[in-house]
Design a protein around this ligand. Structure first.
Ligand code: ADP
Ligand code: ZN
Length: 783
C-alpha cells in the first residue's frame, strides 16, 4: 500500500510513500506520519491510501505519530474543500483544522505530581508540628496536586517526602486535565417552557434532526436561519435542540464570536448539561487558551467525553463524531472570517460541514447578514422567526438626534446632545444604569495643527495617529507604531504651540462624562482599558452588581450582554461606520445600531436609546430606529442588485502588496491583463474602482518579470461569462505596516469556478520578487 501525504512544510503538493508492512494496520487517511524528505525528516498527514503511484522509487514512511488518527475523514474532506474554495494549499487548510497544540509531536497530557493520603494502618506515627499541619490538609483532601498542597500548607516538598517515608502519603505522577473553567461553580438548569414562536421554531429543527438521524433517509432542509430579535430566546432554542441531538447519541458544536465567548455564555451551556441523563462535558475552544489547555480540550472531544463544543471560529473543526447539530450564533459577525490564509468564513464552513456529515445547521442572529437572509429568501435555508422578546418586554424606544442642529445651537459640535445629557441625568437620579457606545478608542482621532495643517501620520501606514491621553502617546491602530505626543507643531517652519486634537474616541467621552457628571461612577471598556486577563470579567462584574453607573465602550460592549438595570443606551456617533469605503457600510451600521440598542431595557423598566447622528435620515439609521430588518433588507438588496455586489454575486479580492509602490501598481495592472486575456476579453468597460487609478500604465520596464502563458494551461476564466473585473485601484488603506497595496475585485455567481481559475493563475503567474498576491474569497474586510 501507498500513502499519499501532505507535508507540513508549505509545498503545494502531495507526496507518495510506501507503507512498511508493520505499519499497515495503523495508517489510514488522517494519520500523522513522519517521512523522509530529501535529507530531512518532516511531519505530514496522510490524505489518502492508493494502490499505485505515478512515481518510481518511493521511499517508505518512517513512523506513525500519535495513536489515534487526528484528522477524521470528514475533517480531511472539509480541509480539501477549504483549500479549493478559498484558494490555498491543502497544508495550509490542514494547519487550521488541527490546533498547533495537537499537531506537535510532543504535545501531550500534562503529567503532574499528585500527593495522596494512604489508608492509615494503626495509629498515626509521631509527627513534627509542620508535618502534622500538612497531614491535616492532605487527610482532608485525600488527593491533590503536590504543588497545590505546597502552596496551601506553605511548606516544601521535603516535608511531604518525610510523610511519604513514614508511609502516610504516596507521591506519583498523574494526568491532570487543564480545565480553564475549573474554578467555577455551576448550578444546573432545566429547560424553560417555550413560548409559541420558540416552540414552533424548535419543532422544525427537531424534525430536521430526526429525519437526519442515521436510520432515516428523506432529507429535509437542514440549514436554518433563526432570525430573532435580541432577547427573543434563541439560546434556549439552541439548548433544547442540542438536547435532542444528544438523545440521538450525536454531539453539537456551538460557534459564538470570540468577543461573546464570556464565562456567562459558556456557563449557560455547561449548566444545562452538567447533570441529568444527557450529562456530558462541554469543551471550550478559543484563542485565549494556553497550548496545554487547548490540547486537553481537543482530546476530550476526540475521545467522545465532551460531546458539546462551544468556541470561536476554529471550533468548527472540532472532531465531534457523530455530529448532529451546528449552531452559529450571531452568524452575521465578521469575526467568523479568518483574515489570514486559509481565509475561511466559519459560518460558511459550518454549512458545508453540516451537508457533509448530515448535521443540522442553525444560523442565529437578530440582524442576519444579507448573504444568509438572501439564501433564506431563495429557499436554500429555512427561515425561522422570533419577532418578540421572550419575556414580553417591549423593544426599546429609539430616538435619533440630529447633531447638525446641535452643532448650530452650541458653538462647535458637542459630544453630548442636550437630550442625551438630560436622559443620563434622569437615569443617575433613578439609580438606573447607562451604556454609552462609540466605536473608536483613544482620546482624539488625530493631531492637527490649525495653522499649517500638519497631521501626525503613521510612518508605516496611510492613517493618522490616534492620540491616547492616558498614555500621553500617539498610536497607530493598524500597526501599533507609537510616538511621543508633541507639545508644539512638529513642522519646523511652524512650531505652533496651539496644536489641537481633532475627532473623538472613547477616552475623551469618558473624560467629558466625569466633568459633566462628577458624582457618577464611570468606567471605560475597550481594548486599551483591558490590561490584565480578567479585567473584562471584573468590569462587567462591577457593572452587574451596580458598582458602575455609566459604562463607556467600543463594540466590545455591543454584543450579547444582558444587564437588567440598563435603561438607557447612548450611541455617540452613529454614522461613524457609514463613511467607510465598503459596500457593506450600511449593513454594518444597521447591525451595530440594532445590536447596541438591544442592550437597553432587558429588565423591568422599559429601555430607551438615544442615537446621535450627522446623517440622521440615512436608511440604515432609520430602519434600525424602527427595528425594521425586513425594510432594511429590501432596500439594501436592491442596491446590491444594481451594482452586482454580494450576495447577488460572490466576490474575490486580490491584493498585491510590496514596498515599492510603482512595482505594486504595475503588478496589479499585469494581473488584470492576465485575467482579461484568460477570460478571452480585450480591454473592456470597467468597474467603479478602476477610475480611481486613472494613470496610464507604463509597461515595458517591468515586462521582463512577467512571462506569459499559453491559454490552454489556464482554464476556466473564459467559462465565467458574468465575470466582473474591477480595479486595480489603491486599497482604501493604501499603505499598511510599510506595505503599499493595490486591489482588484472580481465578481461572479460561480465562485467555485473562479476559485479554480485563481488557483491556476497563482500557480503560473510570475510577480517581481518583492511583490506578493493574496486572494481573499468572500472578503469581509475591504480595507
Ligand atoms: P437571545 O439569545 O435571543 O438574545 P436569550 O436566549 O438570551 O435571547 O433570552 C433572553 C432572556 O429571556 C434570557 O434571560 C432567557 O433566560 C429568557 N427566556 C428565553 N426563553 C424564555 C422562555 N420561554 N420563557 C421565559 N424566559 C425565557
Ligand atoms: Zn501604522
Amino acid at each position: 500500500m501507498i500513502a499519499r501525504v501532505t507535508l507540513e512544510i508549505a509545498l503545494r503538493k502531495e507526496f507518495d510513500y510506501l507503507i512498511p508492512p508493520e505499519l499497515e494496520a495503523e495508517v489510514e487517511p488522517g494519520t500523522r506520519v513522519k517521512v523522509p524528505f530529501g535529507p530531512r525528516q518532516v511531519m505530514g498527514c496522510v490524505t489518502a491510501l492508493v494502490k499505485e503511484s505515478p512515481r518510481l522509487n518511493l521511499r517508505p514512511l518512517l513512523k506513525v505519530v500519535g495513536r489515534q488518527a487526528l484528522v477524521t475523514p470528514t475533517i480531511l474532506k472539509l480541509a480539501r474543500w477549504i483549500a479549493d474554495y478559498y484558494c490555498c494549499p491543502v497544508e495550509t487548510a490542514l494547519k487550521s483544522v488541527l490546533p498547533e497544540a495537537v499537531r506537535k509531536e510532543k504535545a501531550s497530557w500534562r503529567e503532574r505530581l499528585f500527593a495522596r493520603a494512604l489508608p492509615l494502618a494503626g495509629d498515626l506515627p509521631r509527627l513534627t508540628r509542620r508535618q502534622q499541619e500538612v497531614w491535616n490538609i492532605i487527610e482532608e483532601w485525600r488527593e491533590m496536586p503536590l504543588q497545590e498542597l505546597l502552596d496551601l500548607a506553605d511548606t516544601t516538598a521535603e516535608t511531604v517526602r518525610k510523610l511519604e517515608d513514614k508511609g502516610l502519603v504516596s507521591i506519583g505522577p498523574q494526568i491532570s486535565e487543564r480545565d480553564p473553567y475549573a474554578r467555577e461553580h455551576i448550578l444546573p438548569t432545566q429547560p424553560l417552557a417555550l413560548n409559541a414562536e420558540q416552540a414552533a421554531a424548535l419543532e422544525k429543527i427537531k424534525a430536521a434532526l430526526d429525519s437526519k438521524a442515521p436510520s432515516t433517509i428523506n432529507p429535509q432542509p437542514s440549514t436554518f436561519l433563526l432570525h430573532g430579535v435580541t432577547g427573543s430566546g434563541k439560546t434556549e432554542i439552541y439548548l433544547q435542540a442540542i438536547a435532542r441531538a444528544l438523545q440521538q447519541g450525536r454531539g453539537a458544536i456551538v460557534l459564538v464570536p470570540e468577543i461573546s465567548l464570556t464565562p456567562q455564555t459558556v456557563e449557560r451551556f455547561k449548566a444545562r448539561f452538567c447533570s441529568g441523563p444527557l450529562q456530558t462535558l462541554v469543551a471550550v475552544l478559543h484563542s485565549h487558551l494556553s497550548a496545554g489547555e487547548r490540547h486537553d480540550e481537543w482530546h476530550k472531544i476526540r475521545q467522545g467525553r465532551a460531546r458539546i463544543v462551544i468556541g470561536a471560529r476554529s471550533a468548527i473543526f472540532a472532531p465531534v463524531d457523530p455530529l448532529g447539530l451546528i449552531v452559529v450564533d450571531e452568524e452575521h459577525e465578521y469575526s467568523y472570517k479568518q483574515e489570514e490564509a486559509p481565509r475561511y468564513n466559519a459560518r460558511d464552513v459550518a454549512v458545508v460541514r453540516g451537508q457533509m456529515e448530515g448535521a443540522v445547521v442553525v444560523l442565529g442572529s437578530a440582524t442576519p447578514s444579507l448573504e444568509s437572509f438572501h439564501n433564506a429568501q431563495k429557499g436554500k435555508y429555512a427561515l425561522l422567526q422570533l419577532p418578540q422578546r421572550a419575556d414580553d418586554r417591549k423593544m426599546p424606544l429609539v430616538r435619533v438626534i440630529d447633531m447638525r442642529q446641535e452643532a448650530r445651537k452650541e458653538k462647535g459640535t458637542p459630544i453630548f446632545s442636550q437630550k442625551l445629557k438630560e436622559e443620563i441625568t434622569l437615569r443617575l437620579e433613578r439609580r438606573e444604569q447607562v451604556m454609552l457606545f462609540l466605536n473608536r478608542r483613544g482620546y482624539a482621532t488625530s493631531l492637527q495643527c490649525p495653522k499649517c495643517g500638519f497631521v501626525a501620520e503613521c510612518p508605516n501606514c496611510s492613517v493618522a495617529l490616534t492620540y491616547h491621553r492616558s498614555r500621553q502617546r500617539l498610536l497607530c491602530h493598524i500597526c501599533g507604531h507609537q510616538a511621543q505626543a508633541p507639545t508644539l507643531c512638529p513642522n519646523v517652519k511652524c512650531r505652533n504651540p496651539a496644536i489641537r486634537y481633532a475627532g473623538l474616541g472613547t477616552e475623551k467621552v469618558e473624560d467629558t462624562l466625569t466633568k459633566l457628571f462628577p458624582r457618577a461612577r464611570v468606567r471605560r471598556m475597550d481594548s486599551d482599558a483591558l490590561k490584565r486577563k480578567d479585567d473584562y470579567r471584573r468590569i462587567l462584574g462591577d457593572f452587574r452588581t451596580g458598582k458602575i453607573d455609566i459604562l463607556v465602550g467600543t463594540q466590545m460592549i455591543a454584543k450579547g450582554l444582558h444587564f437588567p438595570n440598563v435603561t438607557l443606551v447612548g450611541i455617540i456617533y452613529a454614522d461613524l461606520s457609514l463613511h467607510q469605503p465598503d459596500f457593506r457600510a450600511g449593513e454594518r451600521t444597521f447591525q451595530l445600531l440594532t445590536q447596541v440598542a438591544g442592550r437597553a431595557g432587558r429588565g423591568e423598566v422599559e429601555g430607551e436609546v438615544v442615537v446621535q447622528a450627522f446623517t440622521p435620515f440615512h436608511p440604515a439609521i432609520q430602519y434600525a430606529r424602527r427595528h425594521d430588518f425586513a425594510g432594511f433588507y429590501e432596500q439594501e438588496i436592491e442596491f446590491r442588485e444594481q451594482l452586482k455586489y454580494p450576495p447577488i454575486s460572490r466576490a474575490a479580492l486580490l491584493t498585491l502588496k510590496g514596498h515599492n509602490e510603482e512595482k505594486v501598481r504595475l503588478s496589479a495592472d499585469h494581473v488584470r491583463k492576465e485575467i482579461e486575456k484568460l477570460a478571452g476579453r480585450g480591454s473592456q468597460k470597467v468597474g467603479k474602482r478602476e477610475s480611481e487609478s486613472a494613470e496610464p500604465v507604463k509597461s515595458g520596464a517591468m515586462s521582463a518579470h512577467f512571462p506569459t502563458f499559453p491559454l490552454s494551461q489556464l482554464p476556466a476564466f473564459h467559462a465565467l461569462p458574468d465575470l466582473i473585473i474591477a480595479g486595480p485601484a489603491p486599497a482604501p488603506l493604501l499603505r499598511a505596516e510599510t506595505y503599499y497595496r493595490y486591489q482588484l475585485m472580481l465578481r461572479t455567481r460561480q465562485m467555485s469556478k473562479l476559485s479554480r481559475s485563481l488557483a491556476n493563475l497563482r500557480e503560473t503567474l510570475t510577480l517581481p520578487e518583492d511583490v506578493s498576491l493574496t486572494v481573499d474569497v468572500d472578503p469581509v474586510n475591504l480595507a
